[in-house]
Design a protein around this ligand. Structure first.
Ligand code: NAD
Ligand code: GLY
Length: 372
């Protein structure tokens, strides 16, 4: 584990009154997890939820950090993948927390990617009517998006993330060195959510990503601070949006750019390895910007620019890039209609007015989307 200089961490505050917390970002910051927890909840026991892949790489070092701070811990390791955001695994997590005699005042720690964060966070939201939890995100996607903002959920047969709660963590510790073991395909998928922040509100960041994306990917890059910088920019953007609109009554919906198309494609692929969440969102964002261009909202050149960047990074940019057969258009439209962003039969899409400027468009007729 990388030696740690605590002052090297970037700390991003999430301002939510009594539910405020910090996001600590940097290489090696996991080493401070124990002291940070002890400062926040003196005497608390910790229950880890993780998955098999993450635990193999990161559990021993993380537990050592807790041990140094004298914090007792127990754990449940679940299988990796979206299938763990199920009622069955959720029940196992809740019962294991109770078996471990975790009380109010103790802590759940989600050590993993977005699947673990969503699953453990939802268990924390409901076990004993609410336990505090800490997010230790280990994928790029989780570090730039899912670990921040308190959305927790499992999946229903009706769709993704339909059973859940808003429950903010009390701390997020994003150690960028943990990303060194992430498979490249997963890293790339997470990068799609990073691009999202440039597209929805920060044109300069999108331009910076176009110039520097290789430094973010390359674990051996001498310009490694590019990765930390990118995670910090994303977290600041997300913290600001969540601070203004925690419950997604308005602006927070912008973070769903690409998600209506993306979730439908993910569902069409049975939430399998055929299409990772971030890959689906990359295709979804390209479709959203192309749909925006079709509606005259954005210049065709901007749509081309967005597509070109995703293609350069190696992300899929069209449903035709998905291996294997896709369901019929009728089925895909049905899946789009099941997305939670449907109001009174009309569809809501997050569209672009330009790179760095997103807008919530309500009242889009189904037939227009079908034609597109
Ligand atoms: P994931 O948690 O399944 O992780 C991807 C894969 O990488 C898994 O196989 C995992 O075992 C492995 N892995 C994780 N960290 C690793 C590491 N450091 N080294 C080696 N392998 C590692 O997937 P994800 O892409 O992180 O998250 C996707 C999920 O996040 C979806 O369920 C999505 O709905 C959810 N999500 C939630 C929010 C939110 O706001 N709550 C936002 C975006 C996405
Ligand atoms: N990932 C979308 C949100 O947190 O609102």
């Amino acid at each position: 584990m990388t030696a740690l200089v605590r002052d090297e961490a970037v700390v991003v505050p999430v301002s939510l009154g009594s539910r405020s917390y910090e996001i600590v970002i940097g290489r090696g910051v996991i080493g401070t997890l124990g002291t940070r927890i002890a400062e926040l909840r003196h005497g608390a026991k910790v229950f880890f939820v993780s998955d098999e892949n993450v635990a193999a790489h990161a559990m021993a070092g993380t537990q050592a950090a807790l041990k140094r701070a004298g914090i007792a811990n127990s754990q449940l390791i679940v299988p990796p993948g979206e299938a763990s955001k199920s009622y069955r695994v959720f029940e196992q997590v809740c019962e294991a927390i109770l078996d471990a005699q975790i009380e109010r005042g103790d802590l759940i720690v989600a050590l993993g990617g977005g699947v673990i964060g969503d699953l453990a966070g939802f268990a924390a939201a409901v076990v004993r009517r609410g336990l505090d939890y800490v997010q230790v995100p280990t994928t790029l996607l989780a570090q730039v998006d899912s670990s921040v903002g308190g959305k927790t959920a499992i999946d229903s047969r009706h769709g993704k993330n339909l059973i859940g709660a808003f429950h903010q963590p009390i701390l997020v510790v994003a150690d960028t060195a943990l990303l060194d073991t992430l498979p490249e395909r997963e890293f790339r998928a997470g990068y799609a959510e990073l691009v999202k922040y440039g597209l929805i509100g920060d044109a300069a960041f999108f331009s910076w990503l176009e110039a520097h994306w290789r430094d973010i990917f390359d674990a051996t890059s001498s310009r490694h601070s590019a990765r930390e910088h990118a995670v910090a920019v994303a977290c600041r953007a997300k913290a600001a949006i969540v601070g203004r609109d925690e419950r997604e009554m308005g602006e927070r919906a912008l973070l769903n750019l690409g998600h209506t198309f993306g979730h439908a494609l993910e569902a069409a692929c049975g939430f399998s390895d055929r299409l990772l969440h971030g890959e689906a969102i990359a295709i979804g964002m390209v479709l959203a910007v192309e749909f925006s261009a079709r509606r005259g909202l954005v210049a065709a050149g901007d749509a081309e620019r967005v597509k070109r960047h995703f293609a350069e990074v190696g992300l899929p940019t069209s449903p035709t890039a998905i291996p294997g057969p896709l369901p019929s258009l009728a089925r895909i439209m049905e899946l789009i209609g099941q997305d939670k962003k449907v109001k009174r039969g009309m569809l809501t899409f997050i569209l672009l007015r330009g790179v760095g400027s997103a807008v919530i468009e309500t009242g889009i007729e189904e037939r227009e989307v079908r034609a597109f």
